[in-house]
Design a protein around this ligand. Structure first.
Ligand SMILES: Nc1ncnc2c1ncn2[C@@H]1O[C@H](COP(=O)(O)OP(=O)(O)OP(=O)(O)O)[C@@H](O)[C@H]1O
Ligand SMILES: [Mg+2]
Length: 686
C-alpha cells in the first residue's frame, strides 16, 4: 500500500477541494459547540431532579425545570438537524468540486489499454469520500474534543468515576484498532475481487455476442463466479471479524454504563456523592464515549474513504490538469511529422520508428502496410491519443501539445479503426454528442460523407437510435456514420483509419468522393488502408513495415516501385495466378525486401499493372480475373481491381499491387462524381 507521501500533488488537489467546504465545516464546528453544551441538559436535569426536586418534593421546581429543558432540547434538536444538513452539503460540494476533474483524468488515463482493463474505482472512491464527509463520521470528529470536557466533569464528581470512564474509553479505542488490524486485509481483498468480478461481468456483457457465438458462456460465467465467490468469502471473513468487534464494543459500552452506575451507587452508599451525581455521571460517560462509538461504527467507511483518498491522489497526480493553452487560430491543415517514434503505453519496444512526412492542405496521404505495421499507431499519435516518445507532430507549425486537446479534436476528423458509437440518435453521434447541434451541420457532414441517402432510408432517418455502442445498425452503416462524424464541422485534417474495412461498393465510392471533396475544400487527408479503394484519392503514399517507413513518395511512384518488386516475391512464394487477378491478397511475401525491378503491363492512367498475387491461403480467396465475367468495356485496371474477392483485398506486406491502378480509376471517377465503377466493387462482391 502506498505511503502518505507518495502523491503529494494529488493530495494537495484533494485538499484544495476539501478547502472549498471549509465554510461548511466551520459552521458545523460552531453548531457542534452548542450541541455539545446542550448535551449537558440531560445530566444536569437528572442531577436537579434527584437532588432538588425529590429532596424538596417541590412540584413548581419540577415544572420550571421541565419547561426549561423542553426549550433547550428543541434548540438542540434544531442545531443537530442543521449541522446534518450543512454536512450533507459539504460532502456534495466536495464531490462536485472533483467530479469533472476526476472523470476527466479517468478518461485521459483510459487511453492506455492496460488502464482500461483495470477496474475503474474513481467514482466509487469519490462516493465513499463524500459519504464519509456527509455522514456521522465528521460529527464524531467534531464531538471528540468534548470527550475530555465530559470526562473532566465526571472527575469533578469523583475521581473513581473519572478513572472508570477513561478506562472504558481505552477499552473501546483498543477494540477499534484491533478490529481494523484484523479485518482490513480481508476487506481490501473483498473489494478488489468484487471490482474484478464487476469488470469481468461488464466485459462479458459487452462481448455477449461473441460469448454466445463461441460457446464461451459457461467458461465466462465460471470465471466470473469464482471472482464473486472470492469476494464473498473475503467479505464474510471481514464481516465476521468486524462484527465480533462491533458486538463486543456495543456490549462493553452497555456494561460500562451499568458499571458506572454501580460505582456511583457504591459512592452514594458511602455518602461520598449524591444519587443525582450517580445518574448524571453515567449519562455523561455515555456522552463522552459516543464519538468513539460513532467512529467505530464508521470505521469500514473510513477505511474505504482512506483508500479512495490514496487512489484518487495517485490518479490526480499521474494525470495532472492540462495547462491553459493559448487559443490558436483555426488551422489550415499543414501536417508535419518529424522523426516520430512511438512506444505504446505500457510497452518498451517502439511500434513506430523515426517517421517523418509532410502533408499540405488539399493533399491526401495514404498510409499502407501489413497488419501490425503501425498504421493505427500513427493515426493515434496524429490525433493526440498517444504521445510520441520522440519527435514532433505539428499542425500549421504548432506542435500537437500546444493545442488544447478538445480544440484539437474539433480541427481533426478522426475515424477510428474500431468504430464505437454512443447510444442515442444517429444525429447526436454525427454531431459528436454536441448538446446543441446545428441540424444543418449534421446533414452537411452526412452529405459530405455520402451517407445522407443511406441515413434517410433508415426507419427514423437521422433520429434512428443506434442502440448500445451502435449495435442496432450494421458494421458498414456504422462506418459511414463514423465518416460523417469525422466530417462534422468540416475539420481541417481528416485521419481515417481503415475507413473502408466494412464498406460495400457504394460505400467505398462514397468514401472516395468524400476524400476527393475534402481535398477540393483544401482539407488535409490521411488515410490508413489495407484495401485499395481507400487510397484511390491519395496523392502520396507512406508505406510502413514493422514500424519503419519503407517508402514514401507520390502514390504512383511508390506503387511502381512496389509493383516491380512484386514478381520476384511471387516467384519466391512459388504460386502464380493468371493475370488480371491482381488484388490485394495477403500472404507470406511481405517482408518489404528489395527485388529486381520488373515492369507490369501498362495500364490506363499510366500505372503499372499488377502481377498476380501468390495463390491465396484460403480456397477461393483470389479468383483469377478471367473467371469472373465483367463488362467488356471495363478498363483492364478496373478488372484487375475487381477480380479480387473482398476478403482478399489487403495489401500484402511490402507489396501494394495492381488493384491500385483500378483504384486510381475510381479516384478519377469519384472526382468527377461519376457513378460507382462497376468493375472493382461489383466484382468484389462476387
Ligand atoms: N495498445 C497497445 N499496446 C501495445 N502494443 C500495441 C498496442 N497497440 C498496438 N500495438 C502494437 O503495435 C504494433 C502496430 O499496431 P497497429 O495497430 O498500429 O497496426 P496496424 O498497422 O494498424 O495493423 P492493422 O492493419 O491490423 O490494423 C503491433 O505490433 C501491435 O502489437
Ligand atoms: Mg490498424
Amino acid at each position: 500500500m502506498s505511503t502518505k507521501s507518495d502523491y503529494p500533488k494529488g493530495r494537495e488537489e484533494l485538499r484544495k477541494a476539501l478547502a472549498t467546504c471549509r465554510k461548511h465545516f466551520r459552521s458545523v464546528g460552531l453548531f457542534s459547540v452548542f450541541v455539545n453544551l446542550l448535551m449537558l441538559t440531560g445530566p444536569l436535569f437528572m442531577l436537579q431532579v434527584y437532588d432538588r426536586v425529590l429532596a424538596s418534593r417541590s412540584m413548581p421546581t419540577l415544572v420550571a425545570l421541565l419547561v426549561l429543558i423542553t426549550g433547550l432540547f428543541i434548540v438542540m434538536g434544531l442545531l443537530e438537524y442543521i449541522r446534518a444538513r450543512v454536512l450533507a452539503r459539504a460532502g456534495a460540494r466536495f464531490q462536485a468540486a472533483l467530479d469533472f476533474r476526476v472523470f476527466d483524468a479517468v478518461l485521459r488515463r483510459s487511453v492506455a489499454p492496460e488502464e482500461r482493463a483495470r477496474p475503474n474505482t474513481a467514482a466509487s472512491d469519490l462516493d465513499s469520500l463524500r459519504q464519509l464527509l456527509s455522514g456521522p463520521a465528521p460529527f464524531a470528529i467534531f464531538d471528540m474534543p468534548w470527550t475530555p470536557f465530559f470526562l473532566a466533569i465526571i472527575f469533578i464528581f469523583h475521581w473513581t468515576l473519572g478513572l472508570l470512564a477513561i478506562f472504558g474509553g481505552i477499552v473501546l479505542v483498543t477494540m477499534a484498532f484491533l478490529n481494523d488490524a484484523r479485518s482490513r486485509k480481508h476487506q481490501t481483498e473483498a473489494q478488489i475481487a468484487a471490482a474484478q468480478a464487476a469488470n469481468l461481468g461488464e466485459a462479458l456483457r459487452h462481448e455477449a455476442e461473441s460469448v454466445h457465438g463461441l460457446g464461451m458462456r459457461n467458461v465466462g460465467l465460471a470465471r466470473w463466479q469464482k471472482l464473486r465467490n472470492d469476494a464473498l468469502e473475503a467479505q464474510i471473513t471481514a464481516q465476521d471479524r468486524s462484527g465480533a468487534f462491533s458486538s463486543a464494543s456495543k456490549t462493553t459500552r452497555f456494561y460500562l454504563q451499568s458499571a458506572m452506575l454501580a460505582a456511583g451507587a457504591a459512592l452514594v452508599v458511602q455518602g461520598l456523592v449524591t444519587p443525582g451525581v450517580m445518574i448524571a455521571s453515567s449519562i455523561l460517560m455515555g456522552r463522552a464515549l459516543a464519538p468513539m462509538e460513532q467512529g467505530i461504527a464508521q470505521w469500514g467507511l473510513a477505511q474505504r474513504a482512506l483508500r479512495g483518498w490514496k487512489q484518487l491522489s495517485e490518479l490526480l497526480e499521474k494525470t495532472p490538469v492540462e495547462p491553459q493553452k493559448t487559443a490558436l487560430p483555426r488551422p489550415k491543415g499543414f501536417v508535419e511529422v518529424q522523426n516520430v517514434t512511438v512506444v505504446a503505453p505500457g510497452e518498451q519496444v517502439p511500434t513506430l520508428r523515426q517517421v517523418s512526412f509532410k502533408v499540405s492542405p488539399g493533399e491526401a496521404l495514404g498510409v499502407i502496410g501489413p497488419s501490425g505495421s503501425g498504421k493505427t499507431t500513427l493515426a493515434k499519435v496524429l490525433v493526440g491519443i498517444w504521445t510520441p516518445a520522440a519527435g514532433k507532430i505539428r499542425i500549421d507549425g504548432a506542435a500537437l501539445d500546444q493545442w488544447p486537446s478538445d480544440v484539437l479534436g474539433r480541427h481533426i476528423g478522426y475515424l477510428p479503426q474500431d468504430v464505437g458509437l454512443f447510444s442515442g440518435s444517429i444525429a447526436s453521434n454525427v454531431a459528436r454528442l454536441d448538446p446543441e447541434p446545428e441540424d444543418a451541420k449534421i446533414v452537411e457532414a452526412a452529405q459530405r460523407a455520402g451517407a445522407h441517402e443511406l441515413l434517410l432510408a433508415l426507419p427514423q432517418g437521422y433520429d434512428t437510435d443506434v442502440g448500445s455502442a451502435g449495435s442496432r445498425i450494421s458494421g458498414g452503416q456504422r462506418q459511414r456514420v463514423a465518416l460523417a462524424r469525422a466530417l462534422y464541422g468540416d475539420p481541417a485534417v481528416l485521419i481515417l483509419d481503415e475507413p473502408n474495412a466494412n464498406l460495400d461498393a457504394t460505400g467505398e465510392q462514397a468514401l472516395v468522393n468524400a476524400i476527393v471533396g475534402a481535398k477540393e475544400r483544401g482539407k488535409t487527408v490521411i488515410v490508413m488502408a489495407h484495401r485499395p479503394s481507400a487510397i484511390a484519392a491519395c496523392d502520396t503514399l507512406l508505406m510502413l513495415d514493422r514500424g519503419n517507413v519503407v517508402d514514401f513518395g507520390p502514390r504512383d511512384e511508390v506503387l511502381k516501385k512496389r509493383t516491380r518488386n512484386y514478381p520476384q516475391l511471387v516467384a519466391a512464394s512459388g504460386a502464380v495466378n493468371t493475370p488480371g487477378a491482381a488484388g490485394m491478397a495477403g500472404g507470406a511475401q511481405g517482408d518489404g525486401q528489395a527485388a529486381p525491378p520488373q515492369a507490369g503491363a501498362p495500364q490506363p492512367g499510366g500505372q503499372q499493372a499488377a502481377p498476380q498475387p501468390p495463390a491465396p491461403q484460403q480456397p477461393g480467396a483470389a479468383k483469377p480475373a478471367a473467371q469472373a465475367p465483367r463488362p467488356a468495356a471495363q478498363p483492364a485496371a478496373q478488372q484487375a481491381a475487381g477480380g479480387q474477392p473482398a476478403a482478399a483485398q489487403g495489401f500484402p506486406p511490402g507489396v501494394p499491387r495492381g488493384a491500385l491502378t483500378g483504384a486510381g480509376s475510381a479516384v478519377r471517377n469519384g472526382a468527377k462524381g461519376a457513378p460507382t465503377p462497376k468493375g472493382g466493387n461489383d466484382q468484389k462482391v462476387r
